[in-house]
Design a protein around this ligand. Structure first.
Ligand code: CDP
Length: 226
């Protein structure tokens, strides 16, 4: 039997990490874990409970009081659950995207979610995507991929995705959110987004989904064949 490895995929907002991670997990029969969905779940909870003011300030005292009681689950059918409520679609909204990086900068939130991510991964055969997977969550992952794409391509892809879902948002707002999150995610004190020194870079700007998957599968093949 082929050995099962851990694959960490990190990179900037909207560069296609989750799409690649999902396809890779399917091709390898591994478990896919979207760590960004977990941060989005906490941001959604803050919005729902009025912990975020009109000017996007977070009442972290309120959040920290309730953090222990939050139950976040990812089911095998890729649905995201918050305290048994299906929040798969609502966490993709521009409203959540606007505040998620602030929530993700809170140390206690990261500690809780990183612990959960490690628990979910016991047994190996994991593809997890996010911002700190190769640097913090799984520093010993056998394969680390750092995904990039031009801001123009990222904006077009995310705009198309949101339009398909019926969101009324323009190109400028989408681009602003991607760049704003990149800035917040790379400059925060806790586990900032950065390329792990042993990561391989994949620029998806000019690659189709199939080409990205083929590239990643060839990387895996180098590691699992003895
Ligand atoms: O899919 P997209 O690139 O828009 O973002 P995401 O993966 O859903 O992540 C949403 C946000 O969660 C990011 O902008 C980060 O602020 C945060 N995040 C994080 O801090 N650490 C992770 N491992 C994953 C996401």
């Amino acid at each position: 039997m082929q050995k099962k490895i851990t694959i960490a995929i990190d990179g900037y907002a909207g560069c296609g990490k989750s799409t690649l991670a999902k396809a890779l997990a399917k091709a390898l029969n591994y478990t896919f874990i979207d760590s960004g969905a977990m941060y989005r779940a906490v941001a959604f909870y803050c919005l729902e409970n009025g912990f975020i003011s009109e000017n996007d300030e977070i009442d972290s005292t309120q959040l920290l009081k309730q953090l222990d009681q939050l139950s976040i689950n990812l089911s095998p059918d890729q649905k995201v659950w918050l305290n048994n409520q299906d929040i798969t679609e609502v966490i993709r909204s521009p409203k959540v995207a606007r505040v998620v990086s602030k929530v993700a900068a809170i140390k206690a939130v990261r500690t809780k979610l990183v612990e959960l991510q490690r628990q979910m991964s016991v047994g190996g055969g994991i593809v997890m995507d996010g911002r700190d997977i190769g640097t913090v969550v799984f520093p010993n992952a056998e394969l680390k991929i750092f995904v990039t794409a031009s801001i123009e391509v990222r904006t077009q892809r995310r705009l198309a995705e949101l339009k398909t879902k019926g969101e009324d948002i323009d190109q400028e707002a989408v681009q602003h959110n991607l760049l704003d999150r990149d800035h917040q995610d790379s400059t925060r004190a806790e586990s900032p987004l950065k390329q792990a020194t042993d990561a391989v870079v994949l620029d998806t700007s000019a690659l189709s989904r199939e080409e990205q998957l083929d590239w990643a599968l060839s990387r895996v093949a180098l590691l699992v064949t003895d």
